[in-house]
Design a protein around this ligand. Structure first.
Ligand SMILES: [Cu+2]
Length: 117
């Protein structure tokens, strides 16, 4: 009887930890301008583990919900930078940024490289 109880506890513990996968919501500063930026940014974070993402052209903030076991805040910021948008932690490559449509050429955050120019 004791072992049955133990097994029950183990199974319950397993069910609890797996059914409540940790979902985290972060707000990340992402540089951009307009509605086109919005769709580009939100498309870039349609990734495994991300449950919700919305970027506001007014606040320049990306509110993203994700399962922290599957993807990290850094991964998300890298994915955004990869499509040409600087984030608070990662900068887009110049060549990617320069390919953005004219209306999307947002004022870039001050990077060391920009400061030298
Ligand atoms: Cu834009």
């Amino acid at each position: 009887m004791k072992s049955v109880k133990f097994l029950f506890v183990v199974v319950m513990a397993f069910l609890c930890s797996s059914s409540f996968a940790q979902t985290q919501t972060d707000t990340i500063k992402v540089y951009g301008n307009c509605g086109m930026c919005k769709s580009r940014i939100e498309k870039a974070v349609k990734l495994e583990g991300i449950t919700n993402a919305a970027w506001s052209p007014d606040s320049k903030l990306l509110v993203v919900s994700y399962e922290s076991a599957k993807i990290s805040n850094d991964d998300i910021q890298k994915a955004v930078a990869a499509v040409g948008h600087d984030t608070e932690k990662y900068s887009a490559e110049d060549k990617v940024y320069k390919k953005l449509p004219g209306c999307c050429l947002y004022e870039r955050k001050k990077t060391e490289a920009a400061a030298k120019q």
